[in-house]
Write a protein that binds this ligand. Structure first.
Ligand SMILES: Cc1cc2nc3c(=O)[nH]c(=O)nc-3n(C[C@H](O)[C@H](O)[C@H](O)COP(=O)(O)O)c2cc1C
Length: 388
């Protein structure tokens, strides 16, 4: 992905203007999107390599961490970090210390995968939990015997009881408290991409007939109760929420996106959060679609009009597209995912219109420092090129 040469000087760029979100003063609009890298150490503790990985990217206006499970039940992928044990909290503390020392800011993405899991991750080898019992159109990324990850079929999940739901809400609140104890500047509630909270929002995965299913109010209830519990714990100015309106990951297929996401935007607007983060409807798994659902643009505009706080957008952004989105008022902040994997100094590169390194997908999930902490920054790259 190379960034086009922009005729306008950086001074007139909106990407490089500051913005306040909740308690945080961001120096630019360039955020590092949450990126699972599946390299946690035993006990799902963030690794030593992760300290270097995040420190290298501290010039982002804000780092949103890789999705981090709030409980053992919330895990669905091999080697993802948690935020529910003392060792995990201590592990994250080393990372926030190093990012803060480098002048950065960082929030932790709180994750419960719901049905996108496997008994190997579940306490007691149980079946994963979900809003409803139905086949899961997905496979789980599990640790293989050779030390590499592999994909496994997901058994039919068990439907959460109301007591089970209450326990999960308490886990979110505790995880938020743990994130602050680990030195995070806040948290992002992951309600996107087909995981637990999205499974409750979505009519394709939520077939419940209790107060958590059926009407849009009922389907939004779990997300809003989680957000309220997290805000009560750490204050709404330190809480963001990520949604993927019209997302299709892991069997999501919402019949009335305008109704459910309209309600969620209205309810979140009342809560005074730090920000709302939207994955573009053009994102399908790791593809950026060109044939977009014709309702998508109207839905994004409706959310923008309803939600009056800072709005972050993610999915397929280049510098040019980001400048366009900011200039048109479509959003206030842009999160870059894959460009940040391959370009630790992405803000500097965007400012200079410098060429971007290409990310190597074979190193996205699992492995060692290759494709993780060995992408060069501009200065060292120039040196390497001069020497070769
Ligand atoms: C390797 C990889 C891991 C990802 N992990 C997460 C994650 O942990 N949480 C999340 O909300 N999104 C995750 N995403 C989605 C990204 O945050 C982002 O929305 C997506 O990559 C589109 O943005 P981009 O085109 O700038 O990469 C991941 C994407 C990739 C490529």
């Amino acid at each position: 992905m190379s960034s086009p040469i922009m005729p306008s000087p950086v001074m007139s760029s909106r990407l490089f203007t500051p913005i306040r979100i909740g308690d945080l003063a961001l120096p630019s609009r360039i955020v590092m999107a949450p990126l699972t890298r599946s390299r946690a150490a035993p006990g799902n503790v963030p690794s030593d390599m992760a300290i270097e990985y995040y420190r290298q990217r501290a010039s982002a206006a804000l780092i949103i961490t890789e999705a981090t499970q709030i409980s053992q039940q919330g895990q669905g992928y091999a080697w993802t970090p948690g935020i529910h044990s003392p060792e995990q909290i201590a592990g994250w503390q080393r990372i926030t210390d190093s990012v803060h020392q480098a002048g950065g800011r960082m929030v932790l993405q709180l994750w419960h995968v719901g049905r996108v899991s496997h008994p190997v991750f579940q306490p007691g080898g149980a079946r994963p939990v979900a809003p409803s019992v139905m086949p899961v159109p997905a496979r789980a990324f599990v640790p293989g015997e050779d030390g590499k990850g592999g994909y496994a079929d997901i058994p039919e999940p068990q439907a959460l009881t109301q007591a089970g739901i209450r326990a999960i809400i308490a886990d979110y609140a505790q995880a938020a408290r743990n994130a602050i104890a680990a030195g995070m500047d806040g948290v992002e509630v992951h309600a996107a991409n087909g995981y637990l909270l999205d499974q409750f929002l979505n009519s394709a995965s939520n077939l419940r007939d209790d107060r958590y299913g059926g009407s849009v109010e009922n389907r939004a209830r779990l997300l809003l109760e989680v957000v309220d519990a997290v805000c009560a714990e750490i204050g709404s100015a330190r809480v963001g929420v990520r949604l993927s309106p019209m997302g299709r990951s892991f069997g999501m297929d919402e019949a009335t996106p305008e109704a459910i996401f309209g309600l969620v935007a209205r309810e979140l607007d009342r809560r005074g959060l730090a920000y709302l983060h939207l994955v573009e409807p053009t994102v399908r798994d790791r593809e950026i679609l060109t044939d977009v659902d014709p309702r998508a643009e109207a839905l994004m505009a409706a959310i923008r009009a309803t939600y009056r706080g800072p709005l972050m957008l993610a999915g397929g952004y280049t510098r040019a597209l980001a400048e366009q989105a900011l200039a048109s008022g479509r959003g206030d902040i842009i999160a870059f995912g894959r460009p940040f994997i391959a370009n630790p100094d992405l803000p500097a590169r965007l400012a200079l219109n410098a060429p971007l390194n290409e990310p190597d997908p074979t190193h996205f999930f699992g492995g060692d420092e290759r494709g993780y902490i060995d992408y060069p920054a501009l200065a060292s790259q120039a040196l390497q090129e001069a020497e070769s």
